[in-house]
Design a protein around this ligand. Structure first.
Ligand code: SAM
Length: 223
């Protein structure tokens, strides 16, 4: 792995507990908010799923989906595979994992009808994200959806300051623990619009500090 790739290995085992300790089950609720929209997906690409809670749940609830999961952390991927096997007996046949830096990764499929990025786009810069969307877009089906869960700074109100402080603290912690170099959440809304996607559904948690969103390509953008 390149030296600029963040290393989440040391966090892998504790990741879930650190999350529950910091945010209770709010991130979990946000992650699973649009799960129902994934129940008929046929081929999913999961970006940076970490310890695999979403992947495992999707395998359990959708008996026919096949999933390609990519993450830079071998420790996270090991936990993801273990969790997937516990939730589905056919996990080995339906789940393929790749250890790679997503910024330099081209997925194997050409027919993804579901792309998932939960609390992962914040590990990318604006340029990384624009390039990633451009690379993945031709590999998605016409009706594909892209699920995003992300931290967000509310437009106004006292929560704005609180959200900024929380996000800044998280980046500070991840910079020390994982060597993540990104310092702010990329403007993924602009990047998606720029690449021909539009939002079709959205939910908020913690007064707007967490968002779950569904994006889809506009019909004239198919490649
Ligand atoms: C903040 S965690 C989010 C994990 C999970 N998606 C969730 O919902 O909690 C970010 C994950 O993305 C992975 N990651 C970060 N940057 C990456 C990159 N450039 N390429 C591949 N994986 C990356 C990390 O290893 C980690 O598992």
């Amino acid at each position: 792995m390149n030296t600029d790739t963040p290393n989440f290995d040391s966090l892998a085992r504790a990741y879930r507990w650190l999350e529950y300790f910091s945010f209770g089950h709010m991130l979990e609720r946000c992650r699973f908010h649009f799960l129902k929209r994934c129940l008929h997906a046929r081929h999913a690409l999961v970006l940076g799923d970490g310890d695999g809670r979403f992947t495992a749940r999707l395998l359990a609830l959708n008996p026919t989906v096949t999933i390609d999961a990519v993450d830079a952390s071998p420790a996270m991927l090991a936990i993801l595979r273990k969790r997937a096997r516990q939730s589905s007996r056919e996990a080995d046949a339906r789940l393929s994992t790749t250890e790679a830096d997503i910024r330099r990764f081209t997925p194997p499929g050409h027919d993804y009808d579901l792309v998932i990025s939960h609390f992962f786009l914040d590990c990318l810069t604006d340029d990384d994200l624009t390039t990633l969307i451009a690379r993945l877009s031709p590999r998605m089906t016409k009706d594909a959806i892209w699920l995003v869960s992300e931290f967000c700074v509310p437009e106004e109100g006292w929560r704005r300051l609180g959200a900024r402080m929380v996000i800044r603290s998280l980046y500070f912690a991840f910079a020390i623990l994982t060597r993540l170099r990104v310092r702010r959440i990329p403007n993924y809304t602009q990047a998606f619009h720029h690449k021909g996607f539009h939002p079709v559904d959205k939910a908020s948690y913690l007064g707007g500090m967490l968002v779950a969103e569904v994006w889809k390509r506009r019909s004239h953008q198919y490649s």
